[in-house]
Write a protein that binds this ligand. Structure first.
Ligand code: WT7
Length: 677
């Protein structure tokens, strides 16, 4: 008994170790201009008013025909929104803005090379480019509504143009992140049965003009072997008319877009009125196992949801300059660089390269040059910028009224740096929690209404009703401070419709666990499993602890990897921290901690000890790490996420699998030597 007490720490105690922080309030200036300041919005979007509350978002759009059924649940859990409605996404993002705003910049394109000029594409220019390319897609590539086309494009203005041209015809686009390999692209071509691939010949990344065309060749070859022939590859040129890639064009298959466009000069194509529930695009995302899942997003519901959240959470006004520093190849870019902002007539920035090229001040110079006042990025980028240039933001004359963090839990230490240094103490921050599957935000503060709390996403969005369930399906009471599986009780318009071609996997992955009756046609019986663990505080704010599979069970206790990492970051020397579970005979799992230090700081055994001691002080002995490995750099994906899977394999001395797609594969061997020798 006594022995048990030594290791026993309640879940609640653990959960509060990444403590609830104090509130930060938005400035009066911010609130005075905010798009949403009426707390009554939460009543309007309460479950009593569900689903009709979402009319408020749909009314931000122009419809050819209004819907007759707000929410059709007859094919549960494949929900259909705005059934009977007819709409076109391209029309809503382009044409309808011309009358009043044709001279306004729709897209500010920032090339990575310093010597190249920014490009400012007005709504009129966007209209012309989208129309001409639409004509090409229809008349040259033979594409029509319902066809799928795979895009493998880098961050060029031609990417949104391509997406909007597809949407104009009702063609379903499937954009594959530009940094992914030809193999990854091939898998997605095959899964979506695309016979057309749209790509670019080259793009800049960290000062190098990369040959991207070669990936198209690999993708087409591999796709054909797997049974999907690509008969046309449309290649946008980084420099129109000039060869930037040494990879030759394949006769009869590959075409330069700018050669073909000459035939479509002046072409205008009427947008095709699409049923609201017609798919707009596929976005592939990885599951826990197996092949990537093609999340199928709708036209009307999705567009309504991203337009509403761009207006009320991103707080975008017509006169703002909005920069979301994500890649359009991810859902963040689709929803909050392209569709959401353009639907509400914003000026959106598209930056080709890496935020730290050629130096740590680049992002802030872009902000200064364009007078960006709304900035959106991920904790991983914030940590990187903090690591290499903690004092850089102060050197530049820009002012953000609003900033977003998205994609992973943000450690309060990092949040505070973001607020103080990047936001200069003036910006209102939203921490938006959501997923590829959900189309738009699930939880966030409304910036003109709720105070901010570092490390917490905030309450459920209006119309989104999260609950935390334990493993038995019992609801954890609000404010219990207990970790559990966060689910959403109700459908919402931005949610994905299904996994492309795999309804069974869709139901199994997201609904099977807590569904009360698989034959039920009532949405109330189908809570959506997000796959995240979370804690709900007394004030109704949700603190996301990470994926359920990121939770480390030490001696039967749940430890969020993020909590340990956050504790490590309390040490001023630490720039980045990553925790992985190591198998342990008695405890089940033990955390192993990987650390990257700030520049100029020397690794030492004393420092490793100090970090481990800090974790014990911050969380308790049960979180003590087996080892603290101070490494020269973390293994990272091309999008900057730390590859915990690789670190976990090294710690557990198992095969780390394919690491060739990492941004820095060479680091793996040196970490392995350190850990396994
Ligand atoms: C997972 C989804 C949403 C666009 C980018 C990621 C984690 C996302 C937050 C946040 C804590 C977050 C969750 C989620 N996540 N936002 N604000 N705080 N965690 O999309 O690749 O589909 O990843 O990212 O674990 O399940 P994704």
């Amino acid at each position: 008994m006594a022995e048990k007490e030594v290791v026993e720490t309640s879940e609640a105690q653990i959960a509060v170790h990444w403590q609830e922080e104090g509130y930060y309030y938005p400035s009066y200036e911010f609130v005075a201009q905010a798009n949403m300041t009426d707390p009554g919005v939460y009543d309007r979007f309460s479950l009593d008013n569900f689903p009709n509350c979402f009319k408020e978002y749909a009314d931000l759009l122009d419809w050819y025909e209004y819907w007759d059924t707000m929410l059709d649940t007859s094919d549960a859990p494949c929900w259909k929104w705005f059934v009977g409605g007819k709409i076109n996404a391209s029309y809503n993002c382009v044409d309808r803005h011309l009358a009043k705003n044709k001279n306004k910049a729709a897209i500010h394109f920032v090339p990575e090379p310093l010597e190249e000029k920014y490009e400012h594409i007005t709504y009129q220019e966007l209209y012309v480019k989208v129309n001409e390319f639409t004509a090409l897609l229809r008349d040259f590539a033979g594409l029509k509504a319902g066809d799928r086309v795979t895009l493998h494009m880098p961050m060029l203005a031609e990417l949104p143009i391509t997406m909007l041209a597809c949407a104009r015809l009702g063609v379903i686009h499937s954009q594959v992140f530009g940094g992914f390999s030809g193999r990854a692209c091939a898998d997605r071509i095959v899964d979506s049965n695309s016979r057309v691939l749209i790509t670019a010949d080259a793009y800049y990344r960290s000062g190098t003009l990369l040959d991207h065309k070669q990936n198209a060749d690999i993708a087409c070859d591999l796709a054909e072997k797997d049974g999907q022939k690509v008969d046309k590859v449309l290649v946008w040129q980084r420099y129109p008319g000039k060869a930037s890639s040494p990879t030759p064009m394949v006769e009869g298959r590959d075409y330069f877009v700018n050669d073909l466009l000459k035939d479509y000069y002046g072409a205008r194509v009427d947008p095709v009125p699409m049923p609201a529930e017609a798919p707009l695009f596929l976005m592939y995302t990885s599951g826990t196992t197996g092949k990537p899942k093609g999340c199928q997003h709708s036209t009307g519901g999705y567009l309504a949801y991203v337009a509403g959240t761009s207006k009320y959470v991103q707080d975008i006004h017509p006169e703002d300059v909005y920069w979301c520093m994500a890649d359009i190849g991810w859902i963040t870019g689709h929803s909050y660089i392209v569709y959401g902002p353009l639907a509400i007539c914003a000026s959106t920035v598209v930056y080709e390269g890496v935020p730290t090229f050629p130096d740590a001040g680049r992002a802030w110079r872009i902000a200064q040059d364009l007078d960006v006042n709304i900035f959106h990025t991920a904790p991983t980028a914030i940590r990187a910028l903090r690591k290499i240039g903690p004092d850089e933001p102060a050197k530049y004359n820009y002012h953000f009224k609003h900033m977003t963090t998205v994609g992973e839990p943000i450690e309060p230490e990092v949040w505070k740096w973001y607020h103080k240094e990047v936001g200069k103490g003036e910006a209102t921050i939203v921490d938006t929690w959501w997923q590829t599957e959900t189309g738009g935000f699930l939880a966030s503060t409304l910036p003109g209404i709720n105070p901010m709390k570092p490390g917490s996403a905030g309450p459920g969005m209006p119309g989104i009703h999260p609950i935390i369930l334990d493993d038995e399906g019992e609801m954890l009471p609000q404010g219990a401070g207990k970790a559990g599986n966060i689910c959403i009780r109700n459908p919402w318009p931005g949610g994905f419709q299904t996994i492309w071609g795999d309804r069974d996997r869709f139901v199994e992955t997201y609904y099977a666990r807590y569904c009360k009756d698989p034959n039920s046609k009532k949405w109330e019986d189908w809570p959506y499993l997000t796959g995240d663990a979370a804690v709900e505080a007394e004030d109704g704010y949700f603190r996301i602890l990470g994926r359920i599979d990121d939770v480390i069970n030490v001696s039967g206790h749940r430890l969020g990897t993020k909590e340990i990492e956050s504790a490590a970051l309390v040490c001023q020397e630490v720039a980045e921290a990553a925790v992985v579970p190591v198998n342990h005979e008695i405890k089940g799992k033990e955390p192993d901690l990987y650390i990257a230090l700030k520049p100029g700081i020397e690794a030492s055994d004393e420092l490793a000890q100090k970090i481990n001691d800090t974790i014990c002080t911050e969380i308790g002995k049960i979180a003590k790490c087996r080892k603290v490995w101070i490494v020269p750099d973390m293994p990272k994906t091309r999008s900057g996420k730390i590859m915990r899977r690789v670190l976990g394999a090294i710690s557990n001395e198992i095969d780390e699998g394919d690491v060739t797609t990492l941004a820095n594969p060479e680091i793996v061997a040196s970490i392995k030597t350190m850990v396994q020798s």
